[in-house]
Design a protein around this ligand. Structure first.
Ligand code: CTP
Ligand code: MG
Length: 180
């Protein structure tokens, strides 16, 4: 029961988990805010780029397509009915994750945090909130049947754990400048 909830939550959120990591690998180039400031501070900062956002979104959507081909065998192997992703759902999850992370940078800059500064809580959940919000807007019926209250509760528990551990790994292998 709990195992199948965790499997469903993880599977359903994979297209939202991958974009930020892909953006770290693809980042660079022109910042979205074009260097503009709001008062004394950057609107978003150099850590949010067009390329990172585009590559991150694309990575999430492509992953969802791959998961769709695997969902049958994976469901059979696990004895769980794993979701498949209609295109609007994949785009909502992947793009929403990027938008949530961009929104967090906006808030970090407004609160005086420099690029790369940690904002505990926000760092771990910004992309989840964005992904879920966009999934519910882009694919309402799919999101309602996939993200039941129980699945949502599991997502809120496992996501921060996954986020912290993947970022520590990304930091240790030198892909990320800070371990958050
Ligand atoms: N990145 C990007 N575009 C995005 C998100 C991330 O190019 N939309 C890349 C940037 O190279 C960024 C790296 O991924 O430096 C790590 O992402 P993140 O930790 O979100 O950014 P930070 O540099 O820490 O900046 P911030 O303080 O604004 O979060
Ligand atoms: Mg960061």
């Amino acid at each position: 029961m709990v195992g199948s909830l965790v499997a469903t939550a993880f599977w359903a959120m994979l297209p939202a988990y991958v974009p930020n990591n892909a953006a770290v690998l693809a980042g660079g180039g022109r910042p979205i805010d074009g260097g503009r400031t709001l008062g004394e501070r950057r609107v978003l900062g150099d850590g949010k780029t067009w390329r990172g956002t585009a590559v991150g979104t694309l990575a999430g959507v492509l992953l969802a397509l791959a998961l769709n081909t695997l969902s049958g065998p994976a469901s059979a192997a696990l004895g769980v009915s794993l979701p498949t992703f209609p295109l609007p759902a994949s785009v909502g999850l992947a793009f929403g994750a990027m938008v949530g992370d961009i929104g967090a940078s906006f808030l970090k800059r407004r609160s005086g945090r420099k690029r790369g500064a940690a904002f505990p809580g926000l760092d771990q959940l910004d992309f989840v909130v964005g992904a879920l919000l966009f999934a519910f807007v882009f694919a309402a019926d799919w999101a309602q049947s996939t993200f039941t209250p129980a699945v949502l509760a599991v997502i809120l528990v496992i996501t921060p754990l996954l986020h912290v551990s993947t970022n520590v790994v990304a930091f240790k292998i030198g892909a990320k400048d800070e371990p958050w």
